[in-house]
Design a protein around this ligand. Structure first.
Ligand SMILES: *Cc1c(COP(=O)(O)O)cnc(C)c1O
Length: 394
């Protein structure tokens, strides 16, 4: 009989933990050894082989979180992404990827795939049909990110999985924005789930790591490419990541709650033009998000009213920090037009709905009321500057 699957926070705290048989300590012991015996052992262990005790323990936890048979831990999200893609794509193969990709993935594809002889197409939109119509004879992989960055657009995962089955493709998702707390894509038939564990899994803005989860068979293939490319994570960081994951359920659910409260607050705020958050009933992906996500997530974007300068606004914030990354316990904001989408021509940005007044907001675990107050004081100061500029002009 199969044992009943444990609940989220039980998996986070316990699954995969190593027992300290010697001292009976409460947490997994850390094995820093990079050199293990080769004789009279079942497994020949070596850090780059993803099989040290701590690497395997954490792999078990992440596999359980993603309802996968197996998982591997990588040195960064990009190591996880590049290894997974290269494990399934050979020279002459083709991959269909969405147009609004994470910047690092976009860079890998457009700068390097041609040299490897790997063909790619970026879709025009994020509907399943947009992916299907790009499939060719030599397509092997279909790759999605949902919710997307920065506008939190949703793509229907069961339909992507259906398309992958129909054309015998391997489906991959970058599940970083949702985290396994809010989305478990294997439920919908997606084959391979990838994370930048630098984000929600780490959760404290102090760990760089990645993870991939799938069937044992797929993971064997990713493992073979992984030992060749050498992107495994050091055991000390693996151990820190295990510690972080214990509170992932608590953190992410608190971040979801904050995002919902702030989205509702900003949605009716007189200084805010538009809010993009799947938890708002007005969001075009709301019904789909309710179906395929366990929570609406801790990421949102909002656009200031015309005449308000996003740069001034972000500098005026006192609690919320302008920051490149996301998903930490502290709230952060970022300007996509100045960072992730800076290289995109302004007309193309405008077409995608990314204006200079758009702000991406990663909710932390602070009290929602304090975040609202911080935004309000920053808006007041931004408006004063705006009226000063206006009075100088007239
Ligand atoms: C940060 C991020 C990555 C890359 O992860 P690193 O850990 O920085 O290599 C990939 N995808 C998404 C969605 C991310 O936010």
């Amino acid at each position: 009989m199969q044992e009943k699957r444990k609940g989220l926070n039980t998996i986070c705290t316990h699954i995969g933990e190593l027992r300290d048989e010697t001292f009976k300590g409460a947490v997994s012991p850390l094995y820093m050894s990079t050199s293990y015996a080769f004789e009279d052992v079942e497994v020949k262990r070596y850090p780059r082989y993803f099989n040290t005790p701590n690497q395997q323990a954490l792999g078990e936890k992440i596999a359980a979180l993603e309802k996968a048979e197996a998982a591997l831990i990588f040195g960064s999200g990009m190591a996880a992404i590049s290894t997974s893609l290269l494990a399934f794509l050979r020279a002459g193969d083709h991959v269909v990827m969405q147009n609004m990709l994470y910047g690092g993935t976009y860079n890998l594809v457009i700068k390097h795939f041609e040299d490897f002889g790997i063909e790619y197409t970026l879709t025009d939109g994020l509907e399943p049909e947009d992916f299907e119509k790009e499939i060719k004879e030599n397509t092997r992989v279909i790759y999605v990110e949902t919710p997307s960055n920065p506008l939190l657009t949703l793509t229907d995962l069961s339909r992507i999985a259906e398309i992958a089955k129909k054309y015998k493709l391997v489906s991959m998702i970058d599940n970083t924005f949702a985290s396994p707390v809010n989305q478990t894509p294997i439920d919908f038939g997606i084959d391979i789930v990838i994370h930048s564990a630098t984000k929600y899994m780490g959760g404290h803005s102090d760990i760089c790591a990645g993870a991939v989860a799938s069937t044992a068979e797929n993971m064997e293939r990713i493992f073979k490419m992984g030992i060749a490319l050498g992107g495994s994570l050091s055991d000390y960081t693996v151990w820190l990541l295990e510690r972080s994951l214990k509170t992932m359920g608590l953190r992410v659910r608190a971040q979801n709650n904050n995002a919902q409260k702030l989205a509702e607050y900003l949605d009716i705020h007189e200084d805010i033009e538009q809010v993009y958050y799947p938890g708002l009933t007005s969001h075009p992906g709301h019904a789909l998000a309710a179906r395929q996500m366990h929570g609406f997530g801790g990421m949102m974007s909002f656009e200031l009213n015309k005449g308000l300068d996003a740069g001034i606004f972000m500098k005026a914030l006192r609690l919320i920090k302008p920051s490149m990354s996301l998903a930490g316990v502290e709230s952060t904001v970022l300007s996509p037009a100045k960072t992730s989408h800076a290289l995109m021509p302004p007309e193309e940005r405008a077409k995608q709905g990314i204006s200079d007044r758009l702000i991406r907001f990663s909710l932390g675990i602070e009290e929602a009321e304090d975040l609202m107050a911080d935004i309000d004081q920053a808006l007041e100061r931004t408006k004063k500057t705006a009226s000063l500029v206006d009075s100088e002009n007239y």
